[in-house]
Design a protein around this ligand. Structure first.
Ligand SMILES: NC(=O)c1ccc[n+]([C@@H]2O[C@H](COP(=O)([O-])OP(=O)(O)OC[C@H]3O[C@@H](n4cnc5c(N)ncnc54)[C@H](OP(=O)(O)O)[C@@H]3O)[C@@H](O)[C@H]2O)c1
Length: 338
């Protein structure tokens, strides 16, 4: 089995692939031969030492998502079989630290049999580890928390990100109007050409003030909901300014550079800024999480949801993969293929 280890906090050079003897699943457990590991910013933060609550101290194995094919089952496992295609549940790998639990950057993953979900044929092998973070982040916030209504305007910053692309699909399925915001003018044509990109409008936020675009698109109504991973400075200020009455800005990341914002329009508009962590779905109760996963899988089965893989890297090339993610030129999800 191969596994990635971070020996010390630092740059991509701290990522090391090690070979270890293949271990067998214990009673009630199964082993997944991993075909796909979805990459997330959390792993870059963990590697740098900026996410110690999850990583602990080195050494640790990073990774939040993976999926693949079951290749061994332990005693007493009846609900799954060797050969089943599965994804790891959102609540399975919680911490990167630890030898046999934790991070997903590895070729084989051993966990409790209840820790995986069967995957439909609509999700190809290379995407089995790239479903939950983008789709549960978008669905959980916009549908479960917000209760998005048909006809509502939704602003989606980081349009080219995996969460951004998923969010537009969730908005369209709910009958809303998806307004993608991108900080990369050079990505616009490529996003528009993607069959998986479901934005009704795409606005570039870096080359000019964008509040006028939002005013025009919404006919003066304003944006009802923002799903925002930038969350700071001028960006947040423009969101507050362009929000509709009773609108909500959901913050789910901290990519932006902090700066002053004018809160006054929030009072006038009875508007709100709220935070969102997808892990909330896993902590309420298991039935809530299973229901959310079921809704996402239904979306894939219906063809409404389709992931875009923007880059594939061998697990052996994990350093290169981290450099690419840091560079931010990709569109959609980056995956590691063991
Ligand atoms: N709260 C949660 O539960 C949760 C769950 C999943 C992810 N996240 C967070 O969501 C964010 C995106 O995750 P991801 O995996 O989708 O990442 P990703 O695919 O790497 O997307 C990053 C994108 O964000 C945009 N961006 C980066 N810096 C920016 C800035 N300063 N201002 C404006 N836009 C910026 C860029 O898109 P454009 O070029 O299109 O602007 C960039 O390509 C991360 O911060 C991650 O930690 C949070």
């Amino acid at each position: 089995m191969k596994r990635v280890i971070v020996d010390r906090f630092g740059g991509p050079e701290t990522l090391r692939v090690v070979e270890e003897p293949t271990t067998e699943p214990g009673p009630g457990q199964l082993r997944v031969r991993v075909t796909s590991i979805g990459m997330n910013h959390a792993e870059l933060m963990a590697r740098r030492g900026d996410y110690k609550i999850v990583s602990g101290s080195p050494p640790f194995t990073p990774g939040l998502e993976c999926g693949g094919v079951i290749d061994a089952i332990g005693a007493g496992v009846t609900q799954r079989r060797v050969g089943d295609r599965v994804t790891l549940g959102l609540d399975t790998p919680r911490r990167f630290r630890g030898a046999d639990s934790g991070g997903t950057y590895r070729s084989h993953y051993i966990c409790d049999a209840a820790g995986v979900l069967p995957a439909p044929d609509a999700i190809p092998d290379e995407q089995l580890g790239a479903v939950w973070l983008p789709y549960l982040t978008a669905w959980g916030c916009l549908i479960w928390k917000q209760g998005l209504q048909p006809g509502q305007f939704v602003g989606i910053p980081a349009a080219s990100s995996s969460v951004g692309l998923a969010a537009a699909q969730v908005v369209k399925q709910a009958g809303g109007i998806a307004i993608g915001l991108t900080s990369s003018p050079d990505k616009v044509d490529a996003i528009k050409a993607l069959p998986t990109a479901r934005f009704d409008h795409l606005v570039v936020t870096t080359d000019r003030p964008w509040h006028e675009d939002l005013k025009k698109i919404t006919g003066g109504h304003g944006v009802d909901v923002y799903l925002d991973p930038v969350a700071a400075g001028e960006y947040l200020d423009t969101e507050i300014r362009t929000l509709a009455n009773n609108g909500t800005i959901w913050l789910y990341g901290l990519l932006g550079k902090p700066g002053p914002v004018n809160m006054a329009p929030l009072l006038r508009k009875s508007a709100a800024i709220r935070g969102w962590m997808v892990s909330e779905l896993a902590t309420v109760d298991h039935a809530t999480l299973l229901n959310a996963c079921g809704k996402v899988l239904d979306g894939f089965a219906a063809g409404a949801y389709r992931q875009h893989v923007g880059g594939r890297f061998k697990l052996d090339d994990v350093r290169e993969a981290h450099v690419a993610m840091e560079r931010g030129r990709h569109i959609g999800k980056l995956v590691l293929i063991p």
